[in-house]
Design a protein around this ligand. Structure first.
Ligand SMILES: [Zn+2]
Length: 847
């Protein structure tokens, strides 16, 4: 643990070694044995974390210098938003949870976590990130891995060089969190590429390569069945090439890659199904300031030694092609593994062209995502890169094209860039049906090719621009802002120091009425508009982006219903605020220690909320409590005390789940289950008293530590508290959600009105009628497109939904049973109405 300045210097020296400032998705790799090689990755062990969430902490010792017009509130906001970007990947189970602020002196806790600190780092860099403490090789069903116990994201403590509201600052943070989670550099212009080739934007921070990389480390169930794989080997004169980058690329934009193992084998996994060209290229030589090619931390062999990359070679498209025209596309379906996509490459003494940056100029700011408006006046890119130009002209013999033909370089279209002829100007003409989205640049020079994925982004309009911010009266006495400008659309997002404002009204006349996020009194926030095509108003205004000053207000504060809790406990803590505006889904609570976790928050009003808090068994000392909403951070003046464990207390472990669906929460009259630990030996269900909101609840069963009880019939919707008692002891209350009762399937019928059952199974392809009750629509018409029927997970659209005449709240749904549904004696069927799921029914299905 670091308690002195010298120790921090030592830690940072260690960080610098591990995080040599730094490109195919790539992980931190170890090889545990001899060939055939199977890579062992470094990653967080989600099983070791409460609710599987990795907490991150922001150092209380903030930056020493900020850029003009910047604020600490904005820096903290950008850090939290960058972290939450990784939570938005639907195919990854990884979740990052804001753990609060902590000082160097305070204990970080014993559970795996990420520390965000401000310190000195090499000039020119904004931040560094990566794992710093690892555990021993751990076995898992999916193969072994090296658990990350701690990672750091180190921001430069002097942040005067870049505004935190800029695209670059935010994307760097997303990149460094990616390192902290176990990702290395890639060469596919994703957020995990270095800033030279990174081509993602604030509006769309992650590329397909990033999504595949994080999903492979933290896969959900059935991830392999929903994505595809391509496998093969890269050889040179018969020998495997280590660390060759192999890329599956679609002209429509997707690029996903992998690096080869020491024997030249590779596996590109997590690929969206589709048609791809596949190419292999060598890692480029280290650039100035890089330690290894693409600054990749080299994989380590069984003895712990780094395994060096193989020799340089000519880039090749599959199968053995020197151009994309001569290449053959491969098609992969979900669940497929396409193997034998091999490359026998030719050695090359040197690489003549690499590290190509690409910029466009939608206004006065150079944009490295290279957005090009097909209808705009500036239809050119400006390129720089090693080998691209010689002196003040493009290198003789250089030719450039766009993959897929959606844009064409006219004759004479590769020329010196007027304002600075060391750069290359690339003129483009667009095909009328060229579409929009990322497109890839293809370079050829000296009998070699170079691919720059996402070298341009085709769009159909200029970026949004903000010309006016006018405060107006908003809901419940709060202030709203009318945002006016150009290219503002109904679905434009308006950010205040990165935090999306709530859109109250929008039209297509370029005015959006928004409610700004919570912020400190008179806080000055930089306002940015993001369009769905990926463009930002930052491209128009840059550092001159408009600023909104929040109204003056009384400082908020809050109190906790409990001054502390014993180690090893779970309890609801009530928070009462003064001058607060608690909002569901926006207000968060954090304790500054990985030993304390907030499992759920229920906002009961602007000044009152409930939080389920877990105090880990190893916890000790005091914790710093903070409430966060938008740009506002409120610290409690009183620390939260962690008391010695209380062995005689019963503990309820959230979540409370609905027995029938397994979903969190319950409904009045329904049965729910919760884990209960610390019960005296031989406790039976009869010996327990369960109360919900202090009303008795009927206990159904106690099986091991699983307690099942019924929620009282009159229970109101919203948050409720449950508590358990025995004669000797009781539990702290924990909170849970009370929802509307789910719709219920009364019957399923086939043709001829016969009910489906053991004697009359459903047949594949047959029309079925479901009778459903408790929809709560009061006999109003329900549109069929709101209803989906799921049979064994296979979704079916409803053909028709009609109220049953003479019955209140009963409907009949007609649908056609698909041919791809599994058969069996009890196949689960559920109905979803606006995503609200019915209780499941089981039906027999025969072919
Ligand atoms: Zn990096």
């Amino acid at each position: 643990m670091c308690r002195t300045a010298a120790c921090w210097v030592g830690l940072l020296a260690a960080v610098a070694v591990v995080l040599s400032p730094a490109k195919a998705y790539y992980h931190f790799v170890h090889y545990s044995g001899p060939p055939p090689y199977s890579p062992v990755y470094e990653k967080f062990d989600l099983r070791a974390l409460p609710d599987g969430a990795v907490p991150y902490f922001i150092s209380g010792n903030g930056p020493i210098a900020l850029a003009a017009g910047d604020s600490l509130a904005s820096v903290v906001s950008q850090i939290r938003l960058a972290a939450s970007t990784w939570n938005e990947v639907k195919t990854s189970q990884l979740r990052l949870a804001f753990g609060g602020f902590r000082n160097v002196e305070s204990a970080a806790g014993t559970a795996p976590h990420i520390d965000v600190v401000f310190d000195e780092i090499p000039p020119g860099l904004i931040a560094l990130g990566g794992p710093t403490t690892r555990g021993d090789l751990t076995a898992a069903e999916s193969g072994g891995f090296v658990p990350i116990l701690r990672s750091v994201v180190v921001l430069n403590r002097d942040l005067s060089a870049q505004r935190s509201a800029s695209e670059g600052f935010f994307l760097t943070l997303v990149h460094e969190f990616g390192h902290a989670l176990g990702l290395q550099h890639t060469l596919t212009s994703s957020v995990m590429s270095t800033s030279i080739t990174r081509a993602t934007s604030r509006a769309r921070p992650l590329a397909e390569d990033d999504v595949a990389a994080i999903s492979l480390l933290y896969p959900p169930p059935r991830f392999r069945e929903t994505t595809a794989m391509i496998a093969g080997r890269v050889t040179l004169a018969g020998a495997g090439v280590n660390l060759a980058s192999v890329v599956a690329i679609s002209p429509q934009g997707v690029a996903v890659s992998a690096l080869t193992n020491p024997d030249g084998t590779y596996l590109i996994a997590g690929l969206p199904p589709g048609s791809y060209y596949v190419y292999a290229h060598p890692l480029p030589p280290p650039l100035f300031g890089e330690v290894t090619p693409a600054n990749i931390v080299l994989p380590r062999g069984p003895g712990g030694d780094p395994i060096l990359p193989g020799p340089l070679f000519e880039t090749e498209f599959y199968p053995g092609a020197k151009s994309v025209e001569a290449a053959r596309a491969v098609v992969v379906q979900a669940g497929d593994i396409l193997s034998g996509i091999d490359f026998a490459v030719r050695r090359r003494a040197s690489l003549d062209l690499y590290a190509v940056s690409s910029y466009s100029f939608p206004a006065n700011v150079a944009v490295s995502q290279a957005f090009l408006n097909r209808f705009g006046p500036r239809r050119f890119l400006v390129l720089s890169g090693v080998g691209l130009s010689t002196g003040t002209a493009p290198t003789p013999g250089l030719s450039v094209s766009v993959m897929g033909g959606s844009a064409v370089v006219p004759p004479g279209g590769v020329l010196p860039y007027g304002p600075d002829p060391r750069y290359v100007q690339l003129n483009l003409e667009f095909h009328p049906f060229s579409g929009t989205g990322p497109r890839h640049l293809l370079f050829s020079l000296n009998n070699d090719i170079h691919v720059r994925p996402s070298g341009l982004h085709l769009v159909g309009s200029a970026p949004p621009a903000i010309t006016g911010l006018a405060p107006v009266a908003g809901p419940e006495g709060r202030t709203a802002v009318a945002v006016s400008g150009q290219n503002l659309r109904r679905n434009t997002r308006i950010l205040f120091d990165g935090v999306p404002a709530t859109v109250l009204a929008s039209d297509d006349n370029g005015v959006l009425l928004v409610e700004p996020p919570a912020a400190p009194s008179r806080h000055r926030a930089t306002v940015v508009a993001l369009n769905e095509d990926g463009q930002s108003s930052w491209y128009m205004h840059g550092a001159d982006s408009p600023v909104y000053e929040h109204p003056a207000k009384e400082p908020p504060s809050f109190m906790l219903s409990r001054p502390g809790l014993p180690a090893g406990s779970e309890a609801m803590i009530e928070i009462i605020g003064t001058n607060t505006q608690f909002r569901p889904g926006l207000t968060e609570l954090a304790f500054g220690s990985s030993d304390l976790a907030v499992r759920g928050v229920w906002v009961l009003g602007p000044n009152r909320l409930w939080a389920n808090v877990r105090v880990g068994p190893q916890a000790s000392g005091r914790a710093a409590v903070t409430l966060v909403d938008g740009l506002e951070v409120v610290a409690s003046p009183v620390p939260f005390e962690i008391l010695p464990p209380n062995g005689s207390r019963i503990t309820l472990v959230p979540p409370v789940v609905d027995v029938a669906s397994g979903r969190e929460g319950g409904y009045a009259g329904g049965a729910v289950a919760v884990r209960v630990i610390g019960l005296p030996a031989n406790t039976t269900a009869a010996g327990l008293t369960v109360t919900v909101n202090e009303e008795p609840a009927a206990v159904r069963s106690l099986d091991g530590d699983r307690l099942v009880f019924e929620l009282p019939a009159g229970l109101a919707l919203g948050a409720a508290l449950v508590r358990v008692r025995t004669v000797q002891s009781d539990s702290y209350p924990i909170a849970f959600s009370v929802r509307r009762a789910p719709p219920m399937i009364v019957s399923v019928r086939g043709a001829g009105e016969q009910p489906i059952g053991p004697n009359r199974p459903a047949r594949l392809g047959e029309a079925l009628v479901i009778r459903l009750t408790r929809l709560g629509e009061a006999a109003e018409a329900v549109a069929a497109d709101r209803v989906t029927v799921e049979v064994a997970g296979v979704r079916h659209p409803a053909q028709q939904i009609v109220p049953v005449s003479g019955r209140t709240d009963e409907y009949e749904i007609l649908f056609l049973l698909g041919l791809a549904v599994p058969t069996g004696e009890a196949v689960p069927l559920v109905v979803l109405v606006d995503g609200r799921e019915s209780l499941p029914a089981q039906i027999p299905i025969v072919p």
